[in-house]
Design a protein around this ligand. Structure first.
Ligand code: PFF
Ligand code: NA
Length: 446
C-alpha cells in the first residue's frame, strides 16, 4: 500500500458489516415490493435477479477494486488511477456523478425514513389494532395529506443521520447492526409465516416467481436494472469509498457473495411477507410507494403480539434505513471537507441542510405539489427516476469499464484470487456481459 494509505477497517467483519449496512435498507423492504407490484410481478423479479448476478456483482467488485487501488474519495481515486494508466482525468466524472446521485437519493430516502419513524409510533400506540384495509388505508392517506407532519418526521430522520455522521460514530451503528439486522430478518420470517396463514401465500409465490413474460418491456427492464444498482448501493461511489479502506487480505468475491445474498434475501422475504396480504385483502399490487405501509400494518393490527412486533419492526426498519442513509451522506460530507475549509461538523450541517431542503420538495409531491410534474413525473418520482434509472447505471458502467479495460488485468486476476478458468469467466462478465447489458437496457428505452 502507498505511503498515503489512510485508516483501514479494523477487520474484515467491519468492512462486510458496513457494506451490508449500506446495501440493506428501505430499498429492500419498501422499494423492492412496490416496484415488483408496479411492474407486474415475476418477470420483473427474475430480470432483477439476473441484473444482480450478472451486472451487480461484477460492478460491486469493480468498485471495491478501484477504491482499494485509489485509496481516496471516489472523484480523486478515479482521476488519479486514470492518470496513472495514461487516461484522461474525465474518468473523475464517474465519481462526480456518483456523489451527486447520493445527494439526490438521500433527499427522498430521508422522507421515507421519516415514514418508518412515524409508523413506529403508530404501531406502538396501537393505531392499527383491529383495523381492516379501509382503516389502514385511511391512516396512510391521512398521513400523506399532512405535509407538516411529513416534514417533522423527515426532519427527525435527517437529523439522526446528520448527528451520526457529524460525530463519526458510524462504526458504532454498524456494530449495532450485527444484532439489529438478524432481528429484522427474524420479524420478516414471522411475517412470511403470517402470510402462509392468509390463504393467499400460493398466489403470492406465483406472482413473485412464475413469470408472465408479456409483462416485460423496456421500462420494466430499466426498472429492474436501476433497482439492482439502488439496492446494492452501486454507482454512487459509496462502495468505492469503502474499498479505499480495505486491507489486501479481504477476499472481494467472498465479501460480494455475503453482501449480495443478504441483500437479496431481505428483498425476497419482504415480497413474500407483503404480497400474501395484498392478495388476501384484495389490495392493489401497483399501489406504489405506500405498499408496505398499507399491508404490514394490517398484519400487525390483526395478529397476537402485533403491537410489540409492529413497533419493533418499524424500529428495526428505521435502523436499517439509517445505516444506509449515513452511507449516502458520508461521501458528500467527505467531499466538502476535502475541497473546502469546512470541518466535519460544518460540512455535515451544510450538506445535510441542503439535502433536507430538497427533501421538502419531495415530500410535497404527496400533497400540495402533487400536480407539479415534469415529463409526467412528480418531484419525488423524478428524483428517483434520474438517479436509479440514469445516473447510477451510468456511473456503474464507467466503473466497470475502467476496472475491466483500463486496469492492469494480471493484477486483477491476482487480486481476485482466481485461476485461469475463473478469471476467464470474470473477464467475460466484466468486459462484455455487464457493460453491454447496461447499454442494451438503455438502448431499449431510447
Ligand atoms: N442500498 C440502500 C437500500 O437498498 O435501501 C439504499 C442506498 C444506500 C442507496 C446507499 C444508495 C446508497 F448509496
Ligand atoms: Na438494498
Amino acid at each position: 500500500m502507498s505511503a498515503t494509505t489512510h485508516a483501514q477497517w479494523s477487520s474484515r467483519m467491519g468492512f462486510v458489516l458496513a457494506a451490508t449496512g449500506s446495501a440493506v435498507g428501505l430499498g429492500n423492504i419498501w422499494k423492492f415490493p412496490y416496484m415488483v407490484g408496479q411492474s407486474g410481478g415475476a418477470a420483473f423479479v427474475l430480470v432483477y435477479l439476473l441484473c444482480i448476478a450478472l451486472i451487480g456483482v461484477p460492478i460491486l467488485v469493480s468498485e471495491w477494486m478501484i477504491g482499494r487501488r485509489g485509496q481516496k474519495n471516489p472523484i480523486n481515486t478515479m482521476a488519479q488511477l486514470a492518470r496513472q494508466h495514461g487516461h484522461t482525468r474525465n474518468w473523475a466524472l464517474v465519481g462526480i456523478v456518483g456523489v451527486l446521485a447520493a445527494f439526490l437519493i438521500l433527499s427522498f430516502y430521508s422522507v421515507i425514513g421519516g415514514w418508518a419513524l412515524a409508523y413506529m409510533r403508530d404501531a406502538a400506540t396501537g393505531a392499527f389494532s383491529g383495523l381492516d384495509k379501509g382503516g389502514i388505508g385511511a391512516i396512510f392517506d391521512g398521513f400523506l395529506a399532512r405535509p407538516g407532519e411529513l416534514l417533522s418526521w423527515h426532519t427527525l430522520f435527517m437529523a439522526l443521520t446528520m448527528i451520526i455522521v457529524a460525530m463519526g460514530v458510524s462504526s458504532g451503528l454498524e456494530r449495532g447492526s450485527k444484532v439489529m439486522m438478524p432481528a429484522l430478518a427474524l420479524i420478516l420470517v414471522v411475517l412470511v409465516g403470517y402470510g402462509m396463514t392468509t390463504g393467499s401465500f400460493g398466489q403470492a409465490v406465483a406472482y413473485l416467481f412464475n413469470p408472465d413474460w408479456t409483462k416485460l418491456d423496456g421500462s420494466v427492464l430499466l426498472a429492474a436494472l436501476g433497482h439492482a444498482f439502488f439496492t446494492l448501493s452501486l454507482g454512487m461511489g459509496i462502495m468505492m469509498a469503502y474499498g479505499s479502506y480495505l486491507g489486501e487480505d479481504v477476499n472481494l468475491l467472498r465479501a460480494a457473495r455475503t453482501v449480495v445474498i443478504m441483500d437479496t434475501t431481505f428483498a425476497l422475504c419482504a415480497g413474500l411477507a407483503i404480497f400474501p396480504i395484498v392478495f388476501a385483502n384484495g389490495l392493489d399490487p401497483a399501489a406504489g410507494p405506500g405498499l408496505v405501509f398499507v399491508t404490514l400494518p394490517l398484519a400487525f393490527g390483526n395478529m397476537g403480539g402485533g403491537l410489540v412486533l409492529g413497533s419493533l419492526f418499524f424500529l428495526l426498519l428505521t435502523f436499517a434505513a439509517l445505516t444506509s442513509s449515513i452511507s449516502l451522506l458520508e461521501p458528500v460530507v467527505e467531499l466538502l471537507e476535502e475541497r473546502t475549509p469546512m470541518n466535519r461538523v460544518t460540512a455535515t450541517v451544510v450538506a445535510g441542510l441542503t439535502i433536507w431542503a430538497l427533501g421538502i420538495a419531495a415530500l410535497l409531491s404527496f400533497n400540495l405539489w402533487g400536480d407539479v410534474k415534469l415529463a409526467g413525473l412528480n418531484i419525488f418520482d423524478l428524483l428517483d427516476y434520474i438517479t436509479s434509472k440514469f445516473m447510477l447505471p451510468l456511473a456503474g458502467l464507467g466503473a466497470i469499464v475502467f476496472a475491466a479495460w483500463k486496469l492492469e488485468q494480471n493484477s486483477v486476476k491476482q487480486e481476485l484470487n482466481l485461476g485461469n478458468t475463473g478469471f476467464a469467466v470474470w473477464s467475460i462478465l466484466a468486459r462484455y456481459v455487464a457493460p453491454l447489458g447496461v447499454l442494451y437496457v438503455f438502448w431499449n428505452n431510447l
